[in-house]
Design a protein around this ligand. Structure first.
Ligand code: FRU
Length: 538
């Protein structure tokens, strides 16, 4: 049945039971990674929200601690919503979060909390000083849409942070800047850092990056080559999009490099990935991205399972050499879970054929594959009407619609007879007036389960690659009901939730397929089974 316990994820972050949503205040402190998240201690639906807390040495094995922040003051009596951590120059981490101080959820204020005992590396207890709330919505702000403070950054003796909001009757997403000299009295800069006609901006994230520089930059870094990423979570459309641009700290304004960036919607992930947040990890000098993946199943099934929501595998994130987009890659620590490797080498997949990868269990696996195309001659012509809508393009040209070059890729969580299968694939097009190929990456779950009543959205994004030497890579993390894929070295990512009825546990198979008219060569495929890490005592 849909609530089969074997569909529960093995190595994606999850508490033993109940509802989870946004990642909150990820940080590194005295040898430990801290992770907080929106949590309902009483059930598998969104309500009674508190901050649950876990710690880890490696971002993969997790130990659950007591609830860190729960309603206890007037400023958060009706809910402790999302927020972020900032490490002060003295080394003390502070948390800023949104509190709901009226029963109808309509009024949102920002609170601060400090560790009770800084010598406890676990930071178990958090205290809320009496001067909370420290930021309240002024009269011209929509108090029902005023939340999710970012990590603060310091420049010229002043702290700044962003708060997500909406203006113009909700139609304009806004990131307000607040400034402070003492981290206590905060004043809004009148003009927002940035805004766009997208609807409410939840969970803003804003951080420095440098093109081609894979080492992360900490929040207050600056320099001549420093660019910024501004990410917002679109409440109306339920996805996270970002732009890359410049930040003028005097004017307190951010300008995307691509003037149409707020329309193009580059996304960290073209699948199920929301309310994400990064942090700078000083231990490994990298910026790490956390994102929440909800179930795509019904509330009734969530309640029957007793759990809902996971976190994507933390991803290292950095700015590509082009400066146009970020790259993402699962943190290297996840590789410690790999065992039982199986490889395929120089295997040509003929048109209409597939090859099974055998010799390991694949319900919980990591697969890396590099494909080689001998020519792009036979690529289909891209319908100009679909050229800007990857999702619709993939809806029309799913995994079973024969193409020229592709669709080729993986069938994961497939049943032995392939009645059930989730396709993760590429498809190459040629577009009128362009010499560069157009590469589409999709996850097609329409055949993922024989169970009825599932929500099975096809997810897709374009991959900005010229297919150097005809090559493209794919990595997919398979975890029972998660298919999390990274195309072309992390240029395009797609996380999907699927709920097979047959392809469960030992009955899950893995194939490479080619449904195009030209040969596709698997230069190298390596698949590993993934061990189960310590996961919050579950
Ligand atoms: C995003 C969000 C945030 C809010 C939190 C409440 O998923 O709606 O804007 O702070 O969840 O749980």
């Amino acid at each position: 049945s849909i609530v089969d316990p074997l569909l529960r994820t093995g190595y994606h972050f999850q508490p033993p039971k109940n509802w989870i949503n946004d990642p909150n205040a990820p940080m590194y402190y005295n040898g430990w990674y801290h992770f907080f998240y929106q949590y309902n201690p009483k059930g598998a639906v969104w309500e009674n929200i508190v901050w649950a807390h876990s710690v880890s040495r490696d971002l993969i094995n997790w130990e659950a601690l007591e609830t860190a922040i729960e309603p206890s003051i007037p400023g958060d009596k009706y809910g402790c919503w999302s927020g972020s951590a900032t490490t002060l120059p003295c080394g003390t981490p502070v948390i800023m979060y949104t509190g709901i101080n009226r029963p109808d959820v309509s009024y949102q204020v920002q609170n601060i909390a400090f560790p009770k005992n800084k010598s406890d590396p676990m930071l178990r207890e958090w205290v809320k000083p009496g001067h909370n709330p420290i930021i309240v919505p002024e009269a011209d702000i929509n108090a029902t849409q005023f939340r999710d403070p970012t990590t603060a950054w310091l420049s010229g003796g002043q702290w700044r942070l962003l708060i997500g909001s909406a203006a113009e009757g909700g139609s304009r997403g806004v990131a307000y800047v607040y400034r402070s000299r003492d981290f206590r009295r905060w004043r809004r800069v009148e003009r927002p850092l940035h805004s766009a006609a997208t609807g409410m901006w939840e969970c803003p994230d804003f951080y420095p990056v440098e093109a081609g520089y894979a080492d992360g930059l900490e929040a207050s870094a600056s320099g001549p080559k420093v660019k910024y990423v501004l990410k917002n979570s679109l409440d109306l459309r339920r996805y996270d999009y970002y732009t890359v641009g410049t930040y003028d700290e005097k004017a307190e304004r951010y300008v995307p490099d691509d003037a149409a960036g707020d329309e193009h919607h580059l996304r960290y992930d073209y699948g199920n990935f929301y309310a994400s947040k990064t942090f700078y990890d000083p231990a490994k000098k990298r910026r790490v991205l956390w994102g929440w993946a909800n179930e795509s199943d019904t509330r009734t099934h969530d309640v029957a399972k007793g759990w809902a929501g996971i976190q994507a595998i933390p991803r290292k994130v950095w700015l590509d050499f082009s400066g146009k987009q970020v790259l993402q890659w699962p943190i290297e620590e996840v590789e410690a879970l790999r065992h039982q490797p199986v490889t395929l080498k120089d295997k040509v997949i003929k048109p209409g054929k597939h090859v099974e990868v055998t010799g390991l269990q694949t319900a919980q696996a990591d697969v890396e594959v590099s494909f080689a195309l001998s020519s792009l001659e036979g690529a289909e012509t891209l319908d100009p009407a679909l050229a800007h809508d990857a999702e619709r393009l993939c809806g029309v040209k799913g995994a079973d619609v024969q193409g020229g070059i592709g669709p080729f890729g993986l069938w994961v969580l497939a049943s032995a007879d392939m009645q059930e299968r989730t396709a993760v694939f590429f498809r190459v097009f040629k577009a009128a007036g362009k010499d560069k190929p157009v590469v589409l990456m999709c996850t097609d779950p329409t055949k993922s389960s024989l169970n009825p009543d599932l929500y099975l959205p096809t997810f897709a994004g374009f991959v900005d690659t010229e297919l150097p030497d005809g090559k493209i890579s794919l990595r997919t993390l398979i975890d029972r009901s998660v298919v999390e894929s990274f195309g072309a070295g992390g240029k395009t990512c797609i996380l999907s939730r699927v709920y097979p009825s047959l392809a469960i546990d030992k009955n899950a198979h893995l194939y490479v397929f080619n449904n195009g008219k030209a040969d596709v060569k698997v230069s190298l495929l390596t698949a590993w089974q993934m061990k189960k890490p310590l996961m919050n005592g579950a």
